[in-house]
Design a binder for this molecule. Structure first.
Ligand SMILES: O=c1ccn([C@H]2C[C@H](O)[C@@H](COP(=O)(O)OP(=O)(O)OP(=O)(O)O)O2)c(=O)[nH]1
Length: 158
């Protein structure tokens, strides 16, 4: 199956029509910004448990070999400390329910760096990514070929 160049989305929260549907911000931007569909400002205390924020959107990739990833926005993550509670969000091609953003304030506990997310704020980004889904074949020994064997976690130096 070839990868689609168009994907169906459903707007589950009509406020997105005013706040702005996800769009590529520049000609070559890879990510589509996701908006916090909140009813009121949400304050995240440093290191407090992550909060699931509705995106107001559902999408249906409906294609083998495709997924989407929810990533932090660089500026928010680096400068303010607003990142994702799940590191990266993986959206499966057959998932059609509302997409959620796990928002987490990574600032040190006790730093006083509480973050407030405003309704309609762009808090994360969505990137479509092609994926391979090879079958797994169980073997006793790996077949000959270039093999690294042991060595990892900084074995070549850090
Ligand atoms: O940041 C995220 C991550 C996931 N999802 C949705 C889409 C995804 O397809 C589904 C399941 O995600 P995943 O497979 O990563 O979660 P899981 O914890 O393994 O749950 P499941 O058993 O439902 O697969 O949840 C989101 O809305 N936002």
């Amino acid at each position: 199956m070839s990868l689609p160049n168009e994907i169906e989305i459903r707007v589950l929260d009509a406020r997105l029509n005013d706040w702005g549907l996800p769009r590529y911000q520049t000609a070559l931007a890879a990510g589509l910004d996701l908006i916090a569909c909140l009813d009121a400002p949400l304050t995240l205390e440093p290191q407090a448990p992550a909060v699931l924020i509705p995106s107001g959107l559902a999408l249906h990739m409906n294609a083998e070999g495709l997924c989407a990833m929810v990533l932090p926005r660089s500026g928010l993550g680096h400068k303010k400390g607003l990142v994702l509670g799940n590191g990266v969000g993986l959206i499966d091609a057959d998932y059609t329910a509302q997409l959620y953003i796990s928002a987490w304030n990574r600032n040190p506990a006790g730093s006083g760096s509480a973050l407030t997310v405003q309704p309609g704020e762009r808090i994360a980004q969505l990137v479509f990514v092609p994926v391979l889904r090879p079958a797994l074949r169980v073997v006793e020994q790996f077949s000959a070929g270039s093999a690294r064997g042991a060595g990892g976690f900084g074995s070549t130096g850090v």
